[in-house]
Design a protein around this ligand. Structure first.
Ligand SMILES: Cc1cc2nc3c(=O)[nH]c(=O)nc-3n(C[C@H](O)[C@H](O)[C@H](O)COP(=O)(O)O)c2cc1C
Length: 351
């Protein structure tokens, strides 16, 4: 039984034993990883931002077959087929939905009516305020050291700002891997931590061995932010592809983006009009330039090359800087119980 201070509002609200969330990661947060997290005492979010509705539906069913614990689903509100994914989330009674860019008021209202918790991720205090205005029940505040799309404010500065800005519970993300980090986050006023990269390197993670090796080999200095993948700041492990993208001129980038767009269309089966409507909604909500909009299909296609096809030199490896501190590949259950023991020790030391 964890100390009372570790049994936070996160545990009560999301229905898990430990105040630890496994965040969604495209191609990585599979039903196996989510179930491993939930069965181990944490709360897992299934990745559906890179899925077609049929795939999301099948994955949600699979999670339910692998665990009887509550879980969440992550998606992009502007992705092709988003409305059908919302229906699946509601029909299957997921506990929570997570999203980040372009919140859609109608979808949020549907979740509220169905009693599904809205848990968006933000990278700035003003975005947290806006998300709460739109109906967020809990906020994940991700500092700039975090993996994937990320902001520029480090967790140590963002977290107190967000905690001060909103009344709803705040979960700290970006750079966490240990019980000491959990205790620090609680000291800042968070109700728990959310981790991506640390869960990417667990036994239940589907990441192919050659790709995992790149994460283990990277130091905290080898995980820069680049805007050359899809036009938005994204933290990734530096590899051959990222170096090539950084050195490319705009014509070469455009050709690559068009190739990705064609492949994305083939992969998702989405119609041209679905893709255009997703792209225009992103452009409107995120104020993207035309070049950024054209590059949007790059991310899912290039991440899949590393995460599913196992070719790390030709794909994108989104990662938090914390990968530089990770040295082992425990099961989710081992990881979660280790973090809880470390947190208990840290608390005892402080007392
Ligand atoms: C491989 C990878 C893929 C990601 N994909 C998504 C995604 O599909 N949706 C999303 O909201 N966040 C995504 N993220 C961000 C994570 O959910 C999380 O917020 C971030 O990893 C937290 O920082 P950390 O890596 O330092 O723990 C991704 C991160 C990684 C490392």
């Amino acid at each position: 039984m964890p100390s009372a201070v570790l049994n936070t509002a996160l545990c009560e609200t999301l229905g898990c034993r430990f105040p630890i969330i496994q965040t969604a990661m495209g191609w990585v947060a599979t039903p196996e990883l989510v179930a491993g997290t939930c069965n181990g005492g944490g709360f897992g979010f299934l990745a559906a931002a890179t899925s077609r509705p049929e795939q999301a539906e099948a994955d949600i069913e699979k999670v339910k077959n692998l665990t009887d614990k509550p879980f969440g689903v992550n998606f992009l509100m502007e992705q092709p087929g988003a409305a059908a994914i919302v229906d699946s989330i509601i029909r299957h009674g997921a506990k929570a939905a997570s999203y980040s860019r372009s919140p859609n008021k109608d979808f949020i209202q549907k979740f509220k009516d169905a009693g599904i918790l809205c848990v968006p991720t933000v990278g700035a205090a003003r975005h947290a305020e806006k998300a709460v205005e739109l109906g967020a029940d809990m906020i994940v505040a991700q500092g700039g050291e975090g993996g994937g799309h990320t902001g520029s404010v480090p967790t140590s500065l963002l977290l107190p700002q967000v905690v001060a800005a909103v009344e709803v519970p705040v979960v700290a993300a970006g750079g966490f891997h240990s019980g000491q980090g959990l205790v620090a986050a609680l000291a800042y006023g968070a109700v728990g931590i959310a981790m991506g990269t640390r869960f990417l390197l667990t036994k239940e993670s589907p990441v192919p061995e050659d790709t995992a090796k790149r994460y283990f080999a990277a130091s905290v200095m080898d995980v820069p932010i680049t805007t050359q993948v899809d036009g938005l700041p994204q933290r990734v492990v530096r590899n051959e592809l990222v170096q090539e993208l950084e050195a490319s001129n705009s014509a070469t980038l455009l050709i690559r983006a068009l190739r990705s767009a064609l492949e994305y269309r083939k992969m998702t089966g989405a119609s041209i009009s679905e893709l255009l409507s997703a792209a225009f909604s992103m452009q409107k909500n995120d104020k993207l330039t035309r070049a950024q909009m054209i590059m949007a299909a790059n991310a899912p296609i290039l991440i899949r090359r590393a995460m599913v096809e196992g070719v790390p030199s030709e794909g994108v490896l989104p990662s938090g800087q914390v990968t530089g501190l990770i040295e082992d590949q425990p099961s989710c259950e081992e990881l979660l119980s280790r973090i809880m023991s470390e947190a208990e020790e840290a608390l005892a030391r402080l007392r």
